[in-house]
Write a protein that binds this ligand. Structure first.
Ligand SMILES: [Zn+2]
Length: 268
């Protein structure tokens, strides 16, 4: 019976990465780099769930996923690692259960707490990359400062209403702008999907773009680095906005010019 066919761990790993290896830009070397990738994901919500799902299914080495909230019925439409049976359970723990079910070869660590800048920096140390999928401005900036301090690449992804925003800051590069260059910390508003709504697949798209960028970075392919991607799912118009360091950025202050535009941060 098909359901009873068994494969060795090596056979599964090879088959899982076979379509990646076919890509000229990835090849065997990129496949090996993806297999050794270690990622810290902040948030196991609407964006964090698909990010983690695709990274786990791609067969990366390790995922640390942090979230202090518990699964609620209103989460289920878009937070696709959680199930009705796990309502009331911490989201990071729920995500770990599902990720290990999807691919038990991936080492998953759940952090069921709210994390501050110091804790993010500590969690990021054994990881190669940080993906910020949180839903609040305060944690986004804490992640930015921690990533900058650790010199770890940072992908931020969000979706509110019909708007998806993904930005990539490669802090392994000396002149990378930071999140605060584009979205200064004191700008006041804090818009969340939980307050204004989001069509569930938009969260999924944001998470999948983040996972795609993480895999591309691991494989050594050109990424969105120093850019903000803005996608409107009503019009399907997409903008890629080049970012540069703000000379007076409170976080990374430097001499280069700032070229970001009027895009409104989702912060969710
Ligand atoms: Zn900056």
């Amino acid at each position: 019976m098909p359901g009873n066919i068994s494969f060795s761990d090596i056979e599964l790993k090879t088959a899982r990465s076979s379509r990646h290896a076919l890509l000229r830009e990835v090849g065997e070397l990129g496949t090996q780099r993806i297999a050794s990738l270690r990622v810290l994901i902040l948030g196991a919500g609407g964006v964090g769930c698909p990010t983690a799902l695709y990274l786990a299914e791609a067969g990366i080495a390790h995922i640390t996923i942090a979230d202090c909230d518990t699964v609620e019925p209103s989460n289920l439409a878009r937070q696709i690692l959680h199930t009705a049976k796990r309502i009331g359970i911490n989201k990071a723990i729920s995500a770990k259960i599902e990720l290990e079910h999807l691919n038990d070869a991936v080492d998953v660590r759940a952090i069921p707490n709210r994390v501050n800048e110091e804790e993010i920096a500590a969690l990021a140390q054994p990881c190669d990359l940080i993906v910020d999928c949180t839903d609040n401005f305060k944690t986004r900036h804490a992640a930015n400062r921690a990533a900058l301090r650790c010199r770890k690449p940072l992908i931020t992804a969000s979706a509110i209403r019909y708007s998806i925003q993904v930005a990539f800051f490669d802090f392994t590069q000396e002149n990378s702008p930071c999140y605060a260059c584009a979205f200064p910390e004191d700008d006041g508003s804090d818009v969340k999907a939980s307050n204004v709504g989001v069509l569930a697949p938009a969260s999924g798209i944001a998470g999948m773009i983040a996972a795609e960028e993480a895999l591309k970075w691991a494989a050594g392919i050109r990424t969105l680095a120093s850019s903000l991607l803005v996608l409107d799912t009503l019009s399907w118009e997409m903008q890629r906005i080049t970012l540069a360091k703000m000379p007076d950025c409170a976080c990374c202050s430097c001499r280069a010019k700032h070229t970001t535009n009027e895009a409104v941060p989702n912060k969710a």
